[in-house]
Design a protein around this ligand. Sequence first.
Ligand SMILES: Nc1ncnc2c1ncn2[C@@H]1O[C@H](COP(=O)(O)OP(=O)(O)OP(=O)(O)O)[C@@H](O)[C@H]1O
Ligand SMILES: [Mg+2]
Length: 464
Amino acid sequence: MKTENHRVLIIDDERPILMTLEALLQRHGYQVDTAPNASQGLKLLKTKSHALVLLDLQLPDGDGLETLDRIKTELPDLPVIILTAHDSLHNAIESMKRGAYHFISKPYATEELLSLIEKALEKQFLLREAAQLREKTEQLEKRLEIARAQPTPIFKSKPMREIEELIDAMAPSDANVLVVGESGVGKEVIANMIHARSRRAKKPMVKLNCAAFPQTMIEGELFGYVKGAFTGAVNDFAGMIAAADGGTLFLDEISDMPADLQTRLLRVLQEHEYRHLGSTEILKADFRVIASTNRPIAQALSENRLRSDLYYRLNTFQIEMPPLRERKEDIPPLIALFLRQFSQQLGKPEPDIAPEAFQKLLDYAWPGNVRELQNAIEYAVVLARQGLIGVKELPAEIQLPTALQQTGRGAPARTGVQSLDDVERNTILQALAECHGNKKKAAELLGIQRPTLYNKMKRYAIEI
Ligand SMILES: Nc1ncnc2c1ncn2[C@@H]1O[C@H](COP(=O)(O)OP(=O)(O)OP(=O)(O)O)[C@@H](O)[C@H]1O
Ligand SMILES: [Mg+2]
């Protein structure tokens, strides 16, 4: 790879180091800018386009890690190599977690530094090339309206096989389904499967992402409107309920739907009727709901993000997707699937994975679940050399020793002490959830009389 045209920025307060480095890099064909402190460095990054930054962690005007954060926020793709004065391994590891390409401790060996820079630039080049290629393919697919064939999902582990059995049993019915699970775990995959195996498969599955949509617009999107119903309603719009007619409505991140809309949706589900905004005409609603949320249900209920009455209506079947770290058996077949997928996409022969790298992939906790694994494999396929993926070709986070890695969501975070009322309310909600809304059973489970439960439900505004 040619080094000319590559502009490198060095941020270091020790002038002799700055000068030696500048001379060294210039001799090897780089264009070099230097800055003795963070603020000048950041200013230079704004005015010129750099291919790489060498950043000292001890700077006179602030913390090097903070400077790294700022660089990564503004220019997330720009590779940064950290220079550490002492063998401060802790900071070096922290900097890799925050997105640095690598670190090198001073005094550094010239050869080592040069090869590190070259590798970082090469990686950058490959990643950019892959992104461009992907964009081209996507544009082509869009223009030709080629739907990318969805590979068959992996259901190898025991919990996933059980989920597939449940799907096969209930997909043909019209029962509503709630899919719960951490981000990236495959909730949309499940929704697609249920729809595809239902008697509604020939009709559309319409998706509304309640988290991604501006809250004020969800109502109109969902119910449709007539021209003039509100400012901005310049045309009639049929809405998603109409679009899903005879098919399935997938409500992604249902706990982000405004509360009053949840109530209105519940009414539509009960009455099978609805109206466009601004119209009095009553329309028939024929759709099945599959809803998803990545918040734990008890939490969504206790924070009033999910209305309990809607919850009981949607919860005819609840599918709890286990996080990937709890079903490691799925990891190898998922790796195989993604290896095939990405090498085809990149037009590369399928690489092998070195045993140590494979072990890293198995040991990692995957807080971002299947999506994170998919991204990691794409990254590794892009970087694979001579048909092999080694530990070095894995994302930095996965290369770290297990003890230093994030452990995934685990137990929901508790902030401080809850009030006794909150504890009581949550316990009641949990009991009701466990008994599927059956108050008699819930009262028994809680060890209280039914009237007492009714009183408490009233007091905490719990509705079923
Ligand atoms: N069992 C599986 N087999 C193959 N691919 C899967 C599987 N589960 C998930 N994936 C892939 O992982 C990615 C994330 O899945 P999906 O979008 O369904 O997750 P999600 O739970 O809806 O995530 P989020 O909470 O972020 O919306 C998708 O690209 C999907 O194709
Ligand atoms: Mg999703």
